[in-house]
Design a binder for this molecule. Structure first.
Ligand code: SAH
Length: 372
């Protein structure tokens, strides 16, 4: 169930592997000056960078045969320099009448990652991966079981959004042609563990077309296990993206096991960083809480959670656990879920139970890649 090569640790014997190395450089890894520079380096005219950016970010095309505003003789060279193909679809699964589509992608080194497009009446959300695998080791998460393979490059992350945008623009998703309005970093990986790349991706997502994707920062959610120093840095970026904190337990004893990074940054510290984030960005923080039967769904834990959150700029997102194959854990009983909601509301905390789309297509984080 490995999703690809594991990066050798320092001091470990480095075996010959065709999978080693970095993904090919792509215009989405660079800013506009860097894109021009890359063309000059390749002996190509710098001004073409703007045209290629437009093809990629406005028309979602990295296929040079469609670049009719560029002389045919130049197209292949430009594509080789700026738009190498980074994602190869391996499998696509659909449900909800085609409005939920999950894609399994193979990367240049054989790593597998997933993205999900979800169309709702009023918005289209892309759920994307920031790493191949994940190093955070949460025992209920399918991705956590396989360990970390590597960080994705900015272009590998952005290309997931571009691929969804291309399908929407082409009218391939039921509901007519459309645009991606929301991006959530809730696929594989811990986005704050790939921080510098994440920052470049957030800037590129929010830069207007044609130099970026023109998606509003308010429609973007970065979800984290709670890497406190990175949460503080993210707050200082000046981009009002939403922060989602995967809490899953209100007490250290249980959170140490459900979200192992809690042994480093305790519930009180991670919540303090979340309130700082809300204060600096003036954005409501989401608390993610997967309800696991008889593990974290007791009435007293709902009360404790409510006490820790009351009065803050916060919203709780309860997610019925989507059990990973072979898991000893399962989703909470409906009556326990209702009681959990009731107790949070009694403390004045706003709460929703997440609509779980895509269960029948291994919608939970990492399940499709794990099965492959
Ligand atoms: N590493 C980041 C983002 C990826 S996971 C994070 O942990 O926040 C996105 C969300 O899905 C997290 O809240 C995670 O805890 C949750 N999740 C993972 N596996 C799940 C499962 N089997 N059932 C329900 N939620 C799950």
């Amino acid at each position: 169930m490995s999703t690809g090569p594991v990066i050798p640790m320092v001091g470990e014997l480095i075996l010959e592997s065709p999978r080693r190395g970095k993904p090919p450089r792509h215009l989405a890894d660079l800013d506009q000056a860097g894109r021009r520079g890359a063309l000059v380096e390749a002996g190509l005219p710098a001004y073409r960078a703007d045209q290629i950016s437009r093809h990629f970010f406005s028309h979602y095309s990295s296929d040079p045969t469609t670049w009719t505003d560029i002389p045919a003789a130049e197209r292949e060279k430009l594509a080789a320099a700026l738009t190498p193909q980074l994602l190869t679809p391996v499998k696509e699964l659909q449900c909800d009448g085609g409005t939920t589509r999950k894609t399994l992608w193979r990367l240049f080194d054989g790593s597998l990652v997933e993205s999900v497009l979800m169309r709702y009446p009023d918005r289209v959300t892309m759920c994307i991966s920031s790493q191949a695998g994940c190093g955070m080791n949460c025992p209920f998460c399918a991705t956590g079981q396989g360990g970390l393979t590597r960080n994705l490059s900015a272009a590998e992350i952005l290309s997931q959004v571009v691929a969804g945008s291309a399908d929407l623009a082409a009218g391939l998703v039921p509901g007519g042609p459309g645009r991606v309005s929301n991006v959530v970093f809730m696929g594989m990986g811990e986005p704050l563990a790939n921080f510098n790349t994440l920052v470049h991706v957030l800037k590129t997502l929010t830069t207007p077309q044609p130099h970026g994707m023109g998606i509003g920062a308010r429609g973007i959610t970065v979800s984290t296990v709670g890497l406190v120093p990175r949460m503080k840095e993210l707050a200082q970026l000046g981009l009002p993206v939403r922060l989602a904190l995967s809490l899953h337990a209100p007490d250290d004893e249980l959170r140490d096991t459900l979200v192992p990074v809690n042994t480093r940054w305790k519930v009180s510290e991670v919540l303090k960083a979340a309130w700082e984030y809300a204060e600096v960005t003036r954005r409501r923080v989401s608390i993610e809480y997967a309800l696991i039967k008889d593990i974290n769904d007791q009435a007293w834990r709902a009360d404790l959670l409510g006490d820790r959150l009351r009065g803050k700029l916060v919203h709780v997102n309860l997610i019925p656990l989507n059990p990973t194959p072979g898991s000893k854990w399962t989703a909470s009983r409906p009556e326990d879920e209702r009681e959990f909601v009731r107790r949070l509301e009694a403390k004045g905390v706003t709460v929703t139970v997440r609509e779980t789309r895509g269960r029948e297509i291994d919608g939970a984080c990492g399940q499709l890649a794990a099965a492959e």
